[in-house]
Design a protein around this ligand. Structure first.
Ligand SMILES: Cc1cc2nc3c(=O)[nH]c(=O)nc-3n(C[C@H](O)[C@H](O)[C@H](O)COP(=O)(O)OP(=O)(O)OC[C@H]3O[C@@H](n4cnc5c(N)ncnc54)[C@H](O)[C@@H]3O)c2cc1C
Length: 386
């Protein structure tokens, strides 16, 4: 079971080929990235050099104009090599895709920033804070933006800022008192008053170096006030967030491939042949492929619906459901893969223990499971009232 069934265009084939050339580099750096909790800078550099980070820009801005289906295919591929590299670059693809496809900013500003992306800029949203928890819950950022002398002055501290060692820009959320809502400001990493506080010390996705971003009287121009909203961010339909389940699907695929290879090679002297012929092991393998198939078909089906502008208007809670289904399936798949391999899966030199830790992080990326279920329930109840 793998993604080949979903590769249908020349662009996708070309990028599968390009990414396969980076496979050895990304895969072989994964253990060290995780052990040292050190950002995979060389991998991201290679992806920038390959043009990967310009793909989510629409063609009219000089980018690759990829669809959501293209993005998830590429993202699951990178994450199958290394989860931390996949999740990190996924944030950039997702932010750029959302910003441009939904034209969240004025055209001249989008054109200006597109040039930076074409020159290798890397951007992520810095939306989480210690006081708010997940921003999708609707908490008010403690980071503030105050207008002074025709500029915005930003103060605060964001946590969980993935890719912090290489970001050139962050889209920082801040409370705008004078408009009583939340603004997103494009902040260049090189601005005076911007610093990184190294707080990231997690068991999973260690290599993402998702440290705190500190903003101390950072001056931002009016043009870099990108977005404003009064509601919760989690309420907006954004297909570009499917890079998140794609990442965890890629990790699950890697775990499955490792375990099946192990099963066809491992031959303890209590049996003739290998453990792949044993009913207990075959049961795990079969269930893993069933889970993978369900998760992948659901994810790609939702992406295809979103890519079709007419069908998109009929979508209701499918994006959140895809995140829920794929992430939880990925956790179960890694668990079953470890059961196949047995105690060796716990050796620190074994990639399965890294997949086990990385895949858990998916639960804490948006949207969270309980929000998906609540929204499904609300949609069902509202639908019945109509
Ligand atoms: C690997 C990784 C990378 C990340 N990268 C980024 C990034 O680049 N940029 C970024 O901005 N963020 C990032 N995040 C942060 C992420 O989006 C969340 O903000 C963060 O994980 C905190 O979510 P939480 O659910 O644990 O926190 P909380 O919201 O504090 O939730 C903690 C617990 O309280 C419950 N809870 C809290 N509030 C409510 C509520 N209102 N209603 C119901 N239950 C509630 C939750 O269910 C949960 O059980 C990243 C997170 C991870 C794990």
């Amino acid at each position: 079971m793998s993604k080949e069934l979903f590769i249908t265009t020349d662009l996708q084939r070309e990028w599968m080929d390009t990414l396969s050339k980076l496979e050895y580099q990304i895969r072989s750096s994964a253990e060290e990235t995780d052990r040292l909790a050190e950002f995979p800078k060389a991998n991201i550099r290679s992806l920038v050099e390959s043009g990967y980070t310009t793909l989510a820009l629409p063609k009219k801005y000089g980018g690759g104009g990829i669809t959501i289906t293209d993005m998830i295919l590429m993202q699951e591929t990178i994450a199958s090599y290394d989860g931390a590299t996949g999740l990190s670059i996924g944030w950039h693809q997702g932010v750029v895709g959302d910003l441009y496809a939904n034209e969240l900013w004025e055209k001249n500003n989008l054109e200006r920033f597109a040039k930076e992306i074409l020159n290798g800029a890397l951007v992520n949203r810095a939306a989480s804070e210690a006081q708010t928890g997940s921003p999708t819950r609707g908490g008010r950022p403690q980071t503030t933006a105050v207008k002074k002398d025709g500029h915005w002055v930003i103060n605060g501290q964001k946590n969980f800022t993935s890719m912090s060692p290489v970001l050139t820009h962050s889209l920082v959320s801040a409370w705008v008192e004078e408009r009583e809502g939340i603004g997103f400001f494009l902040v260049a990493q090189s601005s005076a008053g911007v610093s990184i506080k190294e707080t990231w010390n997690m068991v999973g996705m260690r290599g993402t170096e998702s440290h705190d971003l500190v903003l101390d009287n950072v001056i931002v121009s009016e043009e870099d006030f990108v977005e404003f909203s009064k509601g919760k961010r989690g309420d907006k339909m954004n297909g570009w967030l499917l890079h998140i389940p794609a990442c965890y699907l890629g990790i699950a695929q890697a775990a499955r491939d490792y375990a099946v290879k192990f099963a066809v090679e491992y031959s303890p002297n209590s049996i003739q042949g290998t453990i792949s012929e044993l009913p207990n092991v075959q049961s795990h393998i079969g269930h893993i492929d069933l889970e993978l198939m369900k998760a992948r078909h659901f994810l790609y089906s939702v992406a295809a619906a979103y890519d079709d502008k007419e069908r998109r208007t009929l979508m209701n809670q499918e994006l959140g459901a895809a995140k829920h289904i794929v992430t939880n399936a990925a956790i179960r798949i890694v668990d079953q893969a470890m059961r196949i391999v047995g105690a060796k899966s716990l050796e620190l030199s074994n990639p399965l223990q890294r997949y086990y830790r990385d895949v858990r992080a998916g639960l804490h990326n948006p949207p969270m499971d309980d929000m998906v279920i609540t929204k499904l329930a609300n949609a069902a109840v509202e639908g019945m009232k109509k």
